[in-house]
Every structure is written in C-alpha cells, then in structure tokens.
Design a protein around this ligand. Structure first.
Ligand SMILES: [Zn+2]
Length: 383
C-alpha cells in the first residue's frame, strides 16, 4: 500500500510551470494566493480545528488524552506522512479520535467560530461547511438541533467580526443506515433555509453503501427543491458511482469525483450536465483516491471543460489551508494560473446561493484573478 507524503514547500516544477521555484518565490506566490478571494465548497466542520483548541477543550472538559503535549497530539489528530494512503484507515483513526471533543453545544460553537475565522485569514470569502448531525449526536447524546444550533451560533459569532459568506450542508452518513438517513432528510427539510442550511451531503463508505440505496431519501429532497445536493462519490469507488449519484440522487455537485477520469464517457456526462466536482488535492492523495500529486486529474478535468474546483476537505486532519492547496495545484498538479482562475470561478459558480448573490461572487472572483494575473504569471515564469 502506498503511503501519504505531505506536499513540501520545495516543490518541483509541475508540467504547467517552466521551472522550479525557490523558497522565497514560493513564499511570495503563497502570499499572493492568500490575498485572492476564494470560495470553498467542501470542508467538514469536524475536520477543521486548531491543535491548541483540542488541548484547551481537553482541559476544560477533563478529556482523557494519550498526551497533553501539543506536538505529541499531532500523531493522533492529524494524518501523518507515512500513514497508509487509505480512507478507511483515516476515518477509523483520526476521525474517531476527534469526535470526543464535540462535547457540548458551546464546544461545537467554538469549532465553528474558529473554522470561519481561519477561513477569513486564508482569504476565503465564501465557505460552505458540512457535518453529519447524526455522527456528532451519537458521540455525545446531542439532539440534531443541539449540533446545528451550536454550529450556527459559532458561525454567526464569527460573521459579526469577519465578512465571510457561509452556507451549511447537513450530512447523511451512509453507515447509519436507511432509517437514520430518512430521519436526517426529514430534519434537513424542517430546517432548510434557516440557520444557514443550504444543502445536504451524503458521506461515508461509498463502496459498501452505493448511491442507489439512498434514492428514496434523496427523492424527497429533490422534490422539495429548496436544498442543494452534493454527494461524496468517485473517491473510494469509480465512475459508475458518480453517474449513479447524479442520476439516482440528483447530485448537482460531487464530493471529490476524481475517479471520473477513469472513463471518458462519464467525464463527458459530468461536463455536459454541468456537475461541479469538489476535488481536494491533498486529501485525494492521502486517502489513496489518486496515486500521487502528479497523477491528480484536476488539470485534465479542467482541460475537458469539467467544472472542477479546489477544496481542503479537512484542513485540521491534513494540516493544510486552501491557499496551500492552490499553491499545490500550481506547483505539483501543474496548473497554469489561468487554470487556477477557472477552478476558482467554478467554485463560486457552484455555490448553493440564490442566483444574484452567486453571480456577484463569480464576478468578484473573476475580477480579482484577472487583476492578479500579470503579477502571478510573471512570478511563475520567473519574470
Ligand atoms: Zn469530504
């Protein structure tokens, strides 16, 4: 099995870049990318945290941790270089370890507040975050309302300080079974349009629980029409899973979707329907969905006209930022700045926002990238 290697700053030249960049140039490029307004569509709230916060919550709630040393905590709370590149392994270790911290509504609010604060510092102007009310409720006996209210409270507090637009997606967990999926769908429809809820997501073990099992549940959400639908697919399973997510569940967006590239017909199907792919470069390598950064399909997907985007998935687990993923896309995935601009615009255009608000976001991002293009392309070509 391959293992995960964190992208280094000393990145080799990608196929789209004429030369290798030195450390100072990379730092300058990162600073330019950080300043650009960015939209992120795929970020899990329980995968977004600061290590320091975990320690403080452990002290506050007297949680039993294997270590109370900040650096020591990394091996439990973050995917480490050398970890098997396997989604199941990461879910069983990092994700399970982290659930213990979502102890109270206040703790959930703190995670949400810091997620938005960190996003703002990263230059994100629109953030859609997601979580499964079920996962966080079974871990601590919270109600779905407790979890959503906590998250909404934290987001609202951050928005009083930072002008980040946000949306919340409620996750249906495949492993919880159909009865819970159905309860979650009812709940999502009850709260649709309130507390920032703009859509639903289907997450979990894609191989064991293929999309069509949930057709009935998603049919109600489709028929209602108020919530956007995104489905994790084409990550652990292949192109058929993506097609089924679109055809049987009504997905407008696909979480990851990187494996569509294995089949030209499915890639064309996704392009023709305008389905947005939420790719997550570091996550995709860490989970083994793609073999390496060089093999990541973001560049060929964009070249084929697919609305592919760049996201972090779980910035806490992987110790990354969206700016860092943009940098990796340029230096390791071989994107040109024009391709990066396209991905950034696809993200804005894929937001689950009312049409005029979304159009304003697309225009804002398009203008900022056009203005930055001469500077950044010069940096990339050594000018
Ligand atoms: Zn995800």
């Amino acid at each position: 099995m391959t293992t995960f290697d964190r992208p280094t700053r000393q990145a080799p030249a990608g196929p789209g870049n004429a030369r290798s960049l030195g450390e100072a140039e990379l730092a300058e490029l990162a600073s330019e990318l950080q300043k650009l307004p960015k939209a992120e569509l795929h970020r899990h709230l329980p995968g977004s945290y600061r290590l320091q916060t975990l320690l403080e919550l452990a002290r506050e709630y007297r949680l039993d941790l294997p270590t109370y040393d900040l650096e020591g905590l990394r091996q439990y709370a973050q995917v480490q270089p050398g970890t098997p590149a396997n989604l199941g392994h990461i879910l069983r270790t990092v994700s399970t370890f982290l659930r213990q911290f979502f102890v109270t509504r206040e703790a959930i609010a703190r995670f949400a507040f810091e997620m938005v604060e960190d996003a703002w510092r990263d230059g994100i102007v629109y953030l859609e975050s997601r979580f499964s009310p079920w996962v966080l409720s079974v871990a601590h006996g919270h109600s779905f309302d407790d979890v959503l209210m906590g998250a909404a409270q934290g987001v609202a507090a951050a928005q009083r300080l930072y002008p980040v637009q946000t949306g919340m997606l409620l996750g249906v967990t495949r492993e919880a079974g159909l009865a819970v999926a159905s309860q979650l769908a009812d709940y999502a429809l009850d709260v649709a349009g309130t507390l920032g809820v703009v859509g639903v997501d289907l997450a979990g073990d894609e191989e064991m629980y293929p999309p069509r099992q949930f057709a009935g549940v998603f049919e109600r959400i489709r028929a209602d029409g108020r919530l956007g639908i995104t489905i994790h697919a084409g990550e652990a399973a292949g192109p058929d899973s993506v097609r089924a997510a679109v055809e049987t569940l009504g997905a407008q967006r696909i979480g990851h979707g990187v494996r569509v590239i294995e089949d030209a017909e499915t890639t064309e199907f996704v392009r023709a329907r305008g389905i947005v792919l939420e790719t997550c470069p570091t996550s995709n390598v860490a989970t083994g969905a793609v073999g390496s950064f060089a093999a990541h399909p973001l560049k060929p997907l964009l070249a084929r006209g697919v609305a592919a985007t760049i996201n972090t998935d779980d910035p806490g687990w992987f110790d990354i930022s969206l700016t860092g993923e943009y940098l990796v896309s340029l230096t390791r995935l071989g994107l040109t700045f024009d391709e990066l601009r396209q991905a950034a615009i696809h993200a804005a255009a894929g937001a689950f926002l009312p049409d005029p608000v979304r159009a304003a976001l697309v225009a804002r991002i398009g203008n900022a990238y056009a203005a930055a293009a001469p500077r950044i392309t010069a940096l990339l070509s050594g000018g």
